[in-house]
Design a protein around this ligand. Structure first.
Ligand SMILES: [Zn+2]
Length: 131
């Protein structure tokens, strides 16, 4: 199997995206695909039951460093996705990324370059870049 390339993926998206080529279609399909991710996660909880969400206010001691904060915070998910739910959520995320690629194509943004630049910023700024 060849390593994945966003450049090739962007080219594939450009080749197959014909019907929803308008920026309005791309933006609304992107939003729709994001909603489908949320729906697939919710169905994993409420329909399948392979995961549970136990949420509450996040709390941590006030005298800790920012880097220690991750030891106190949780994603509120308990359990693990079953194979069916993992595949469904993966499909919805892939569809979302498809429309991200279409959006990038519309504005001539190279995803590899964009992500390399972002990764470089993350590396430089570390956790302070996300505050
Ligand atoms: Zn499941």
């Amino acid at each position: 199997m060849n390593p994945f390339s966003f450049n090739e993926f962007q080219d594939q998206v450009d080749e197959v995206l014909i019907r929803h080529k308008s920026i309005l279609d791309i933006l609304t399909k992107l939003q729709e695909s994001s909603s489908k991710i949320n729906r697939a996660v919710a169905k994993s909880v409420t329909d399948c039951g392979c995961i549970q969400v136990h949420s509450q206010k996040q709390s941590a001691p006030t005298d800790i460093s920012f880097s220690e904060l991750q030891n106190y915070l949780t994603n509120h998910v308990e359990g693990y996705l079953c194979d069916v739910c993992k595949e469904k959520i993966g499909e919805e995320i892939s569809n979302n990324i498809f429309y991200i690629a279409a959006l990038c194509n519309t504005f001539n943004i190279n995803i590899d370059d964009m992500l390399a630049n972002y990764a470089s910023q993350l590396k430089t700024l570390g956790t302070y870049g996300l505050l």
